[in-house]
Design a protein around this ligand. Structure first.
Ligand code: SF4
Length: 236
C-alpha cells in the first residue's frame, strides 16, 4: 500500500540529502522491486544510471522504445549496457494502436496538429509508461528545474497524482555543468548528439539542435509554443 500522506515526512528526511542519498533512501523505503529509473538516455539519466547501479547492481532501469528514436540513442543504450553489464527493460507501444494511427494519419502526423502530436506521444510513450508505473511505488527521473518554463517547480520528491505513486527527481537542483562534471569524472557514455548542440533528445522527427541562447527544450517539438512542450510523461 502506497501512502501519499508520507510525502511531508519523506521530504523532511531528504532535506539537504545528496543525489546518492536520495536514491539510497528510495531503494530502502520502496524496495528494489518497486522502485525504477525511467531512462531516455539524457545526460541526467546517464548520471542516475551510474549512481543507481553503483548503489545496487540489481536496480531496475526501464526505457520507452517508441520506434522513432535516433540511432545515436540506440548506440548510447548499447554502450551503457556494456559498460555496466546490465540490461534495460524495454517498453514498446501496442503495435495495433500504431498500425491504426499511421493508417489513418500517416507516419508524420505529429507535424499536422498538436492534437495529432499528443496522440502519437500518448500511444508511443504515455500508455506504455502508465502500464509500467502501475507495478511500482516510486519512479525516478532526471528532471531539473532549470530545463524549461514547464519544470521550474520540480521537487526532489513528489506525489504523482496522475499515476498514483511517488516520483523522485534527485537532480532537481543541479545545473547543466554539474551534470557534465559528473559524466566526465566517471567517464559515463553519453548520446553523441549532444556534441552537435542537441540539448534535450527525444524521438528523431521531433528533436533538433538548438541555437545559441535558446532554451534547453527549444529543440523539442519546435513548431509548438513553449507551454505545450511536454509529451504527457511529466504532466505538471
Ligand atoms: S516525440 Fe514525436 S514521434 Fe515521438 S511519440 Fe511524440 S509525437 Fe510521436
Amino acid at each position: 500500500m502506497i501512502k501519499k500522506e508520507k510525502i511531508k515526512q519523506y521530504l523532511a528526511e531528504l532535506n539537504d540529502a545528496s543525489v546518492e542519498d536520495c536514491l539510497k533512501f528510495a531503494v530502502n523505503i520502496f524496495g528494489i522491486e518497486y522502485f525504477a529509473l525511467a531512462s531516455s538516455f539524457s545526460i541526467e539519466d546517464q548520471v542516475l544510471t551510474r549512481m543507481l547501479l553503483t548503489i545496487d547492481p540489481k536496480a531496475k532501469i526501464f526505457t520507452l522504445d517508441t520506434g522513432r528514436l535516433p540511432q545515436e540513442t540506440y548506440n548510447t543504450m548499447d554502450l551503457t549496457m556494456k559498460k555496466y553489464s546490465f540490461n534495460y527493460e524495454f517498453l514498446f507501444p501496442e503495435s495495433l494502436a500504431i498500425e491504426d494511427m499511421e493508417s489513418k494519419f500517416g507516419p508524420n502526423l505529429f507535424y499536422q496538429s498538436i492534437k495529432n502530436r499528443k496522440m502519437c506521444c500518448n500511444i508511443r510513450k504515455v500508455l506504455p509508461l502508465q502500464k509500467k508505473l502501475s507495478s511500482l511505488k516510486c519512479w525516478v527521473c532526471g528532471l531539473r528545474k532549470e530545463q524549461s518554463s514547464t519544470r521550474t517547480d520540480v521537487n526532489i520528491l513528489e506525489w504523482d497524482e496522475n499515476n498514483g505513486l511517488f516520483k523522485m527527481n534527485p537532480l532537481a537542483n543541479w545545473n547543466e555543468q554539474n551534470v557534465w562534471d559528473y559524466l566526465k569524472e566517471h567517464n559515463i557514455p553519453y548520446n553523441k548528439l549532444y556534441d552537435s548542440n542537441y540539448k534535450s533528445i527525444g524521438c528523431d522527427p521531433c528533436t533538433r539542435a538548438i541555437q545559441l541562447g535558446e532554451d534547453v527544450r527549444a529543440g523539442r517539438w519546435w513548431w509548438e509554443a513553449p507551454e505545450q512542450k511536454e509529451c504527457g510523461l511529466h504532466r505538471r
